[in-house]
Ligand binder design. Sequence first.
Ligand code: PLP
Length: 436
Amino acid sequence: NKSLKEHDPVLYDLIQQEKNRQATSLELIASENFTSAAVMECLGSVLTNKYAEGLPGARYYGGNEVVDQVENLCRDRALQAYRLDPEKWGVNVQPYSGSPANFAVYTALLRPHDRIMGLDLPSGGHLTHGFYTYNKAEGTRKAVSATSIYFESLPYRVHPDTGLIDYDQMEVNAALFKPAMIISGGSAYPREWDYARIRAIADANGSLMMVDMAHISGLVAAQEAANPFEYADVVTTTTHKSLRGPRAGLIFFRKDDRNFEGRINQAVFPALQGGPHEHQIAGVATQLKEVMTPEFKEYAIQVKKNAQAIGKALMAKGYKMATGGTVNHLVLWDLRPQGLTGSKMEKLCDVLNITLNKNAVVGDRSALTPGGVRIGAPALTSRGFKEADFEQVADFLDRALKIGLRVQAASGPKLVDFAKAVADDAEVKALKAEVN
Ligand code: PLP
Protein backbone atom coordinates (compact mmCIF):
# COMPACT_ATOMS: atom_id res chain seq x y z
CA ASN A 1 0.00 0.00 0.00
CA LYS A 2 1.87 3.03 -1.26
CA SER A 3 1.23 6.58 -0.11
CA LEU A 4 -0.34 8.94 -2.61
CA LYS A 5 3.01 10.70 -2.95
CA GLU A 6 4.69 7.45 -4.01
CA HIS A 7 1.82 6.07 -6.05
CA ASP A 8 0.76 9.21 -7.90
CA PRO A 9 3.13 12.15 -7.53
CA VAL A 10 1.19 14.17 -10.10
CA LEU A 11 -2.00 14.09 -8.10
CA TYR A 12 -0.12 14.49 -4.84
CA ASP A 13 1.43 17.65 -6.17
CA LEU A 14 -1.94 19.01 -7.30
CA ILE A 15 -3.36 18.48 -3.82
CA GLN A 16 -0.36 20.25 -2.29
CA GLN A 17 -0.92 23.14 -4.69
CA GLU A 18 -4.58 23.39 -3.67
CA LYS A 19 -3.62 23.16 0.00
CA ASN A 20 -1.22 26.01 -0.53
CA ARG A 21 -3.82 28.05 -2.43
CA GLN A 22 -6.31 27.62 0.39
CA ALA A 23 -3.74 28.49 3.04
CA THR A 24 -2.42 31.61 1.33
CA SER A 25 -5.54 33.15 -0.19
CA LEU A 26 -8.26 35.18 1.49
CA GLU A 27 -11.25 32.87 1.18
CA LEU A 28 -14.42 34.91 0.91
CA ILE A 29 -16.72 32.52 -0.94
CA ALA A 30 -19.88 32.50 1.18
CA SER A 31 -20.57 28.79 0.64
CA GLU A 32 -17.10 27.54 1.55
CA ASN A 33 -15.39 26.73 4.80
CA PHE A 34 -12.44 24.83 6.26
CA THR A 35 -13.29 21.45 7.78
CA SER A 36 -11.55 20.12 10.86
CA ALA A 37 -8.89 17.41 10.97
CA ALA A 38 -11.49 15.12 12.60
CA VAL A 39 -13.83 15.51 9.62
CA MET A 40 -10.95 14.89 7.21
CA GLU A 41 -10.06 11.72 9.09
CA CYS A 42 -13.60 10.42 8.58
CA LEU A 43 -13.47 11.25 4.87
CA GLY A 44 -10.23 9.36 4.46
CA SER A 45 -11.42 6.36 6.46
CA VAL A 46 -12.27 2.74 5.60
CA LEU A 47 -15.96 3.65 5.76
CA THR A 48 -15.66 4.55 2.07
CA ASN A 49 -15.26 0.83 1.30
CA LYS A 50 -18.68 -0.18 2.57
CA TYR A 51 -21.94 -0.63 0.68
CA ALA A 52 -24.95 0.08 2.90
CA GLU A 53 -28.01 0.46 0.67
CA GLY A 54 -31.13 0.87 2.76
CA LEU A 55 -31.44 2.31 6.25
CA PRO A 56 -29.82 1.24 9.54
CA GLY A 57 -31.30 -2.10 10.57
CA ALA A 58 -32.77 -2.71 7.10
CA ARG A 59 -29.90 -2.95 4.64
CA TYR A 60 -29.53 -4.80 1.37
CA TYR A 61 -25.97 -5.93 2.17
CA GLY A 62 -24.35 -7.76 5.05
CA GLY A 63 -21.60 -6.45 7.29
CA ASN A 64 -23.33 -3.28 8.37
CA GLU A 65 -23.17 -3.69 12.16
CA VAL A 66 -20.68 -0.84 12.52
CA VAL A 67 -21.94 1.36 9.71
CA ASP A 68 -25.47 1.21 11.15
CA GLN A 69 -24.13 2.71 14.36
CA VAL A 70 -22.31 5.43 12.41
CA GLU A 71 -25.45 6.43 10.54
CA ASN A 72 -27.64 6.29 13.65
CA LEU A 73 -25.16 8.48 15.51
CA CYS A 74 -25.37 11.00 12.69
CA ARG A 75 -29.18 10.92 12.70
CA ASP A 76 -29.37 11.38 16.48
CA ARG A 77 -26.89 14.23 16.46
CA ALA A 78 -28.62 15.95 13.54
CA LEU A 79 -31.88 16.05 15.50
CA GLN A 80 -30.08 17.14 18.68
CA ALA A 81 -28.13 19.89 16.94
CA TYR A 82 -31.40 21.51 15.86
CA ARG A 83 -33.16 20.71 19.16
CA LEU A 84 -35.78 18.53 17.43
CA ASP A 85 -38.05 16.08 19.22
CA PRO A 86 -37.48 12.63 17.64
CA GLU A 87 -41.18 11.92 18.09
CA LYS A 88 -42.04 14.84 15.81
CA TRP A 89 -39.10 15.09 13.41
CA GLY A 90 -37.01 12.60 11.49
CA VAL A 91 -33.93 13.04 9.30
CA ASN A 92 -32.37 11.31 6.32
CA VAL A 93 -28.58 11.80 6.35
CA GLN A 94 -27.82 9.99 3.08
CA PRO A 95 -28.12 12.70 0.38
CA TYR A 96 -24.79 13.07 -1.37
CA SER A 97 -25.07 16.85 -1.35
CA GLY A 98 -27.53 19.75 -1.25
CA SER A 99 -28.87 19.44 -4.79
CA PRO A 100 -29.68 15.72 -4.48
CA ALA A 101 -31.32 16.42 -1.09
CA ASN A 102 -33.63 18.98 -2.67
CA PHE A 103 -34.44 16.77 -5.61
CA ALA A 104 -35.23 13.88 -3.27
CA VAL A 105 -37.80 16.07 -1.49
CA TYR A 106 -39.44 17.02 -4.79
CA THR A 107 -39.43 13.38 -5.89
CA ALA A 108 -41.03 12.34 -2.61
CA LEU A 109 -43.66 15.02 -2.20
CA LEU A 110 -44.53 16.31 -5.68
CA ARG A 111 -45.90 14.80 -8.87
CA PRO A 112 -44.19 15.54 -12.20
CA HIS A 113 -45.17 19.02 -13.47
CA ASP A 114 -46.51 20.14 -10.10
CA ARG A 115 -46.16 23.85 -9.46
CA ILE A 116 -43.50 25.26 -7.19
CA MET A 117 -42.34 28.72 -6.11
CA GLY A 118 -38.79 29.45 -4.96
CA LEU A 119 -36.60 32.55 -4.82
CA ASP A 120 -35.43 33.49 -8.32
CA LEU A 121 -31.73 32.93 -9.02
CA PRO A 122 -30.95 36.59 -9.83
CA SER A 123 -32.71 37.50 -6.55
CA GLY A 124 -30.31 35.28 -4.61
CA GLY A 125 -32.06 31.91 -4.91
CA HIS A 126 -30.56 28.55 -5.83
CA LEU A 127 -30.77 26.70 -9.15
CA THR A 128 -32.48 23.73 -7.51
CA HIS A 129 -35.42 25.92 -6.46
CA GLY A 130 -36.61 26.21 -10.08
CA PHE A 131 -35.12 28.68 -12.52
CA TYR A 132 -35.49 29.55 -16.19
CA THR A 133 -33.56 31.80 -18.50
CA TYR A 134 -35.74 33.89 -20.79
CA ASN A 135 -35.20 34.95 -24.36
CA LYS A 136 -37.45 38.00 -24.57
CA ALA A 137 -36.90 38.51 -28.30
CA GLU A 138 -38.04 35.00 -29.13
CA GLY A 139 -40.57 34.80 -26.30
CA THR A 140 -39.06 31.53 -25.08
CA ARG A 141 -37.72 30.23 -21.79
CA LYS A 142 -35.22 27.53 -21.02
CA ALA A 143 -35.21 25.30 -17.97
CA VAL A 144 -31.75 25.36 -16.48
CA SER A 145 -31.97 22.88 -13.61
CA ALA A 146 -33.81 19.57 -13.42
CA THR A 147 -36.19 21.24 -10.98
CA SER A 148 -37.54 23.47 -13.72
CA ILE A 149 -37.43 20.66 -16.30
CA TYR A 150 -39.67 18.39 -14.22
CA PHE A 151 -41.75 20.97 -12.35
CA GLU A 152 -43.53 24.19 -13.27
CA SER A 153 -41.87 27.03 -11.47
CA LEU A 154 -43.00 30.59 -10.85
CA PRO A 155 -40.16 32.17 -8.89
CA TYR A 156 -40.73 34.98 -6.42
CA ARG A 157 -38.30 37.87 -6.31
CA VAL A 158 -36.72 40.55 -4.21
CA HIS A 159 -38.14 44.05 -4.52
CA PRO A 160 -36.11 46.13 -7.00
CA ASP A 161 -35.96 49.13 -4.66
CA THR A 162 -35.08 47.44 -1.40
CA GLY A 163 -33.49 44.13 -2.36
CA LEU A 164 -35.79 42.52 0.23
CA ILE A 165 -38.08 39.59 -0.60
CA ASP A 166 -41.34 40.96 -1.92
CA TYR A 167 -43.75 38.98 0.25
CA ASP A 168 -46.75 41.01 -0.94
CA GLN A 169 -46.10 39.96 -4.53
CA MET A 170 -45.40 36.39 -3.39
CA GLU A 171 -48.83 36.36 -1.76
CA VAL A 172 -50.58 37.68 -4.88
CA ASN A 173 -48.77 35.24 -7.20
CA ALA A 174 -49.25 32.24 -4.92
CA ALA A 175 -53.01 32.91 -4.82
CA LEU A 176 -53.07 32.82 -8.64
CA PHE A 177 -50.53 30.03 -9.19
CA LYS A 178 -51.57 27.75 -6.32
CA PRO A 179 -48.14 26.09 -5.95
CA ALA A 180 -47.90 22.60 -4.51
CA MET A 181 -44.79 23.75 -2.68
CA ILE A 182 -43.21 27.04 -1.61
CA ILE A 183 -39.45 26.87 -1.11
CA SER A 184 -37.57 29.32 1.09
CA GLY A 185 -33.84 29.71 1.37
CA GLY A 186 -31.20 31.23 -0.82
CA SER A 187 -27.56 31.42 -1.79
CA ALA A 188 -27.07 35.17 -1.77
CA TYR A 189 -29.69 36.71 0.48
CA PRO A 190 -28.22 38.75 3.33
CA ARG A 191 -31.44 39.18 5.33
CA GLU A 192 -33.64 37.16 7.63
CA TRP A 193 -36.55 35.10 6.30
CA ASP A 194 -40.13 35.74 7.39
CA TYR A 195 -41.06 32.06 7.81
CA ALA A 196 -44.34 32.89 9.57
CA ARG A 197 -45.50 34.92 6.57
CA ILE A 198 -44.48 32.19 4.11
CA ARG A 199 -46.28 29.58 6.23
CA ALA A 200 -49.44 31.72 6.12
CA ILE A 201 -49.17 32.05 2.32
CA ALA A 202 -48.59 28.30 1.99
CA ASP A 203 -51.58 27.52 4.21
CA ALA A 204 -53.83 29.87 2.26
CA ASN A 205 -53.04 27.97 -0.94
CA GLY A 206 -52.69 24.39 0.23
CA SER A 207 -48.93 24.46 -0.45
CA LEU A 208 -46.23 22.52 1.33
CA MET A 209 -43.48 24.63 2.89
CA MET A 210 -39.88 23.57 2.37
CA VAL A 211 -36.96 25.54 3.76
CA ASP A 212 -33.51 25.00 2.26
CA MET A 213 -31.31 26.45 5.01
CA ALA A 214 -28.04 25.38 3.31
CA HIS A 215 -26.24 28.70 3.64
CA ILE A 216 -27.31 29.49 7.16
CA SER A 217 -27.51 26.03 8.75
CA GLY A 218 -24.57 26.77 11.06
CA LEU A 219 -26.27 29.96 12.22
CA VAL A 220 -29.59 28.15 12.74
CA ALA A 221 -27.91 25.42 14.80
CA ALA A 222 -26.24 28.09 16.94
CA GLN A 223 -29.59 29.92 17.29
CA GLU A 224 -28.08 32.89 15.48
CA ALA A 225 -30.74 32.85 12.75
CA ALA A 226 -34.51 32.42 12.79
CA ASN A 227 -35.64 28.83 13.32
CA PRO A 228 -37.24 27.37 10.17
CA PHE A 229 -38.33 24.21 12.02
CA GLU A 230 -41.09 26.16 13.77
CA TYR A 231 -42.91 26.58 10.45
CA ALA A 232 -41.63 24.25 7.73
CA ASP A 233 -42.91 20.83 6.71
CA VAL A 234 -39.48 19.86 5.43
CA VAL A 235 -36.04 21.42 5.94
CA THR A 236 -33.04 20.60 3.76
CA THR A 237 -29.44 21.65 4.12
CA THR A 238 -25.93 21.18 2.88
CA THR A 239 -23.38 20.46 5.58
CA HIS A 240 -20.30 22.15 4.14
CA LYS A 241 -21.15 25.85 4.32
CA SER A 242 -21.64 27.70 7.62
CA LEU A 243 -22.05 24.30 9.32
CA ARG A 244 -18.36 23.62 8.45
CA GLY A 245 -18.74 19.88 7.81
CA PRO A 246 -17.86 17.71 4.80
CA ARG A 247 -19.82 18.06 1.54
CA ALA A 248 -23.17 16.31 2.06
CA GLY A 249 -26.89 16.97 2.40
CA LEU A 250 -29.56 16.37 5.06
CA ILE A 251 -33.34 16.23 4.85
CA PHE A 252 -35.42 16.86 7.99
CA PHE A 253 -39.12 15.99 7.82
CA ARG A 254 -42.11 16.21 10.11
CA LYS A 255 -43.38 12.90 11.39
CA ASP A 256 -47.16 12.85 11.04
CA ASP A 257 -49.90 11.08 9.15
CA ARG A 258 -48.66 12.44 5.82
CA ASN A 259 -45.91 9.80 5.87
CA PHE A 260 -43.12 12.15 4.79
CA GLU A 261 -40.74 9.73 6.45
CA GLY A 262 -41.55 6.79 4.19
CA ARG A 263 -41.84 8.92 1.08
CA ILE A 264 -38.58 10.81 1.60
CA ASN A 265 -36.58 7.74 2.60
CA GLN A 266 -37.82 5.94 -0.50
CA ALA A 267 -37.03 8.93 -2.72
CA VAL A 268 -33.42 9.08 -1.49
CA PHE A 269 -33.02 5.32 -1.96
CA PRO A 270 -33.94 3.55 -4.20
CA ALA A 271 -35.51 6.31 -6.32
CA LEU A 272 -32.48 8.59 -6.71
CA GLN A 273 -29.39 7.24 -5.00
CA GLY A 274 -27.62 3.96 -4.44
CA GLY A 275 -25.29 3.19 -1.56
CA PRO A 276 -24.88 5.99 0.96
CA HIS A 277 -21.43 7.51 1.47
CA GLU A 278 -20.85 6.40 5.02
CA HIS A 279 -17.45 8.11 5.28
CA GLN A 280 -19.23 11.38 4.50
CA ILE A 281 -22.00 10.56 6.99
CA ALA A 282 -19.35 9.93 9.65
CA GLY A 283 -17.81 13.32 8.81
CA VAL A 284 -21.20 14.99 9.23
CA ALA A 285 -21.69 13.17 12.55
CA THR A 286 -18.40 14.37 13.97
CA GLN A 287 -19.03 17.90 12.77
CA LEU A 288 -22.46 17.91 14.42
CA LYS A 289 -20.71 17.03 17.69
CA GLU A 290 -18.63 20.18 17.26
CA VAL A 291 -21.70 22.22 16.29
CA MET A 292 -23.22 21.52 19.70
CA THR A 293 -20.30 23.09 21.62
CA PRO A 294 -20.16 26.62 23.09
CA GLU A 295 -17.17 27.26 20.79
CA PHE A 296 -19.35 26.79 17.73
CA LYS A 297 -21.90 29.25 19.13
CA GLU A 298 -19.04 31.75 19.52
CA TYR A 299 -18.00 30.99 15.96
CA ALA A 300 -21.49 31.70 14.58
CA ILE A 301 -21.67 34.99 16.48
CA GLN A 302 -18.27 35.98 15.11
CA VAL A 303 -19.29 35.06 11.54
CA LYS A 304 -22.16 37.54 11.76
CA LYS A 305 -19.99 40.25 13.35
CA ASN A 306 -17.39 39.80 10.63
CA ALA A 307 -19.91 39.97 7.78
CA GLN A 308 -21.29 43.15 9.29
CA ALA A 309 -17.80 44.58 9.74
CA ILE A 310 -16.80 44.11 6.09
CA GLY A 311 -20.17 45.41 4.86
CA LYS A 312 -19.95 48.51 7.06
CA ALA A 313 -16.33 49.15 6.09
CA LEU A 314 -17.18 48.99 2.38
CA MET A 315 -20.24 51.20 2.82
CA ALA A 316 -18.11 53.71 4.75
CA LYS A 317 -15.96 53.92 1.61
CA GLY A 318 -19.09 54.85 -0.35
CA TYR A 319 -19.99 51.46 -1.82
CA LYS A 320 -23.44 49.96 -2.12
CA MET A 321 -24.39 46.70 -0.39
CA ALA A 322 -27.64 45.06 -1.52
CA THR A 323 -30.32 45.63 1.18
CA GLY A 324 -27.94 48.11 2.85
CA GLY A 325 -25.97 45.47 4.75
CA THR A 326 -26.45 42.06 6.31
CA VAL A 327 -27.82 40.17 9.29
CA ASN A 328 -26.18 36.87 8.40
CA HIS A 329 -22.89 35.55 7.05
CA LEU A 330 -22.65 37.35 3.71
CA VAL A 331 -22.87 40.68 1.94
CA LEU A 332 -23.78 41.26 -1.66
CA TRP A 333 -21.74 44.11 -3.10
CA ASP A 334 -23.46 45.99 -5.92
CA LEU A 335 -20.65 47.21 -8.20
CA ARG A 336 -22.86 48.81 -10.82
CA PRO A 337 -22.49 52.37 -9.48
CA GLN A 338 -18.73 52.05 -10.03
CA GLY A 339 -19.10 50.34 -13.41
CA LEU A 340 -16.93 47.22 -13.01
CA THR A 341 -18.73 43.91 -13.62
CA GLY A 342 -18.73 41.17 -11.02
CA SER A 343 -16.80 38.97 -13.47
CA LYS A 344 -13.95 41.47 -13.73
CA MET A 345 -13.82 42.01 -9.96
CA GLU A 346 -13.70 38.23 -9.45
CA LYS A 347 -10.92 37.85 -12.03
CA LEU A 348 -8.88 40.67 -10.51
CA CYS A 349 -9.34 39.29 -6.97
CA ASP A 350 -8.22 35.84 -8.16
CA VAL A 351 -4.92 37.37 -9.27
CA LEU A 352 -4.64 39.01 -5.83
CA ASN A 353 -5.27 35.70 -4.00
CA ILE A 354 -8.62 36.98 -2.76
CA THR A 355 -11.28 34.40 -3.56
CA LEU A 356 -14.85 35.59 -4.02
CA ASN A 357 -17.50 35.13 -6.67
CA LYS A 358 -19.44 37.22 -9.13
CA ASN A 359 -23.11 37.38 -8.28
CA ALA A 360 -26.27 38.78 -9.77
CA VAL A 361 -27.76 41.79 -8.02
CA VAL A 362 -31.38 42.76 -8.36
CA GLY A 363 -32.12 44.44 -11.68
CA ASP A 364 -29.22 42.78 -13.53
CA ARG A 365 -30.09 42.27 -17.16
CA SER A 366 -28.08 39.09 -17.55
CA ALA A 367 -27.14 36.40 -15.04
CA LEU A 368 -24.03 35.79 -17.18
CA THR A 369 -22.56 39.24 -16.58
CA PRO A 370 -23.71 39.96 -13.07
CA GLY A 371 -23.22 43.37 -11.54
CA GLY A 372 -22.00 42.35 -8.12
CA VAL A 373 -19.88 40.08 -6.01
CA ARG A 374 -20.81 37.95 -3.01
CA ILE A 375 -18.60 38.06 0.06
CA GLY A 376 -18.95 35.58 2.90
CA ALA A 377 -17.41 35.43 6.36
CA PRO A 378 -17.59 31.71 7.37
CA ALA A 379 -14.22 30.52 6.02
CA LEU A 380 -11.98 33.32 7.25
CA THR A 381 -13.79 33.31 10.61
CA SER A 382 -12.75 29.64 10.88
CA ARG A 383 -9.19 30.88 10.38
CA GLY A 384 -9.59 33.19 13.37
CA PHE A 385 -10.28 36.48 11.59
CA LYS A 386 -12.01 39.16 13.66
CA GLU A 387 -13.69 42.46 12.73
CA ALA A 388 -10.42 44.38 12.34
CA ASP A 389 -9.10 41.72 9.95
CA PHE A 390 -12.24 41.98 7.83
CA GLU A 391 -11.85 45.77 7.78
CA GLN A 392 -8.37 45.19 6.41
CA VAL A 393 -9.85 42.92 3.74
CA ALA A 394 -12.35 45.70 2.89
CA ASP A 395 -9.40 48.00 2.42
CA PHE A 396 -7.76 45.53 0.00
CA LEU A 397 -11.02 45.22 -1.93
CA ASP A 398 -11.40 48.99 -2.15
CA ARG A 399 -7.91 49.32 -3.56
CA ALA A 400 -8.50 46.39 -5.91
CA LEU A 401 -11.64 47.98 -7.29
CA LYS A 402 -9.86 51.27 -7.94
CA ILE A 403 -7.09 49.42 -9.78
CA GLY A 404 -9.74 47.53 -11.73
CA LEU A 405 -11.40 50.73 -12.86
CA ARG A 406 -8.08 52.21 -13.99
CA VAL A 407 -7.13 49.02 -15.88
CA GLN A 408 -10.56 48.80 -17.49
CA ALA A 409 -10.32 52.39 -18.75
CA ALA A 410 -7.19 51.38 -20.69
CA SER A 411 -8.02 47.79 -21.67
CA GLY A 412 -11.60 48.31 -22.83
CA PRO A 413 -14.77 46.39 -21.96
CA LYS A 414 -13.73 42.80 -22.85
CA LEU A 415 -13.03 40.43 -19.95
CA VAL A 416 -10.12 38.67 -21.74
CA ASP A 417 -8.32 41.96 -22.37
CA PHE A 418 -8.97 43.04 -18.81
CA ALA A 419 -7.65 39.73 -17.46
CA LYS A 420 -4.43 40.04 -19.48
CA ALA A 421 -3.92 43.63 -18.38
CA VAL A 422 -4.39 42.95 -14.66
CA ALA A 423 -1.99 40.00 -14.79
CA ASP A 424 0.79 42.36 -15.90
CA ASP A 425 -0.11 45.38 -13.83
CA ALA A 426 2.56 46.63 -11.40
CA GLU A 427 0.06 47.95 -8.86
CA VAL A 428 -1.72 44.58 -8.86
CA LYS A 429 1.58 42.86 -8.12
CA ALA A 430 2.30 45.25 -5.26
CA LEU A 431 -1.15 44.75 -3.74
CA LYS A 432 -0.85 40.98 -4.10
CA ALA A 433 2.41 41.09 -2.14
CA GLU A 434 0.59 42.94 0.64
CA VAL A 435 -2.34 40.49 0.65
CA ASN A 436 0.08 37.60 1.03
N1 PLP B 1 -29.21 24.97 -1.67
C1 PLP B 1 -28.63 26.16 -1.51
C2 PLP B 1 -29.39 27.27 -0.86
C3 PLP B 1 -27.32 26.36 -1.94
O1 PLP B 1 -26.74 27.55 -1.82
C4 PLP B 1 -26.64 25.27 -2.55
C5 PLP B 1 -25.24 25.40 -3.03
O2 PLP B 1 -24.67 26.39 -3.18
C6 PLP B 1 -27.31 24.07 -2.71
C7 PLP B 1 -28.59 23.94 -2.25
C8 PLP B 1 -26.68 22.91 -3.45
O3 PLP B 1 -25.75 22.26 -2.74
P1 PLP B 1 -24.66 21.34 -3.47
O4 PLP B 1 -23.76 22.26 -4.20
O5 PLP B 1 -24.04 20.64 -2.32
O6 PLP B 1 -25.40 20.42 -4.38
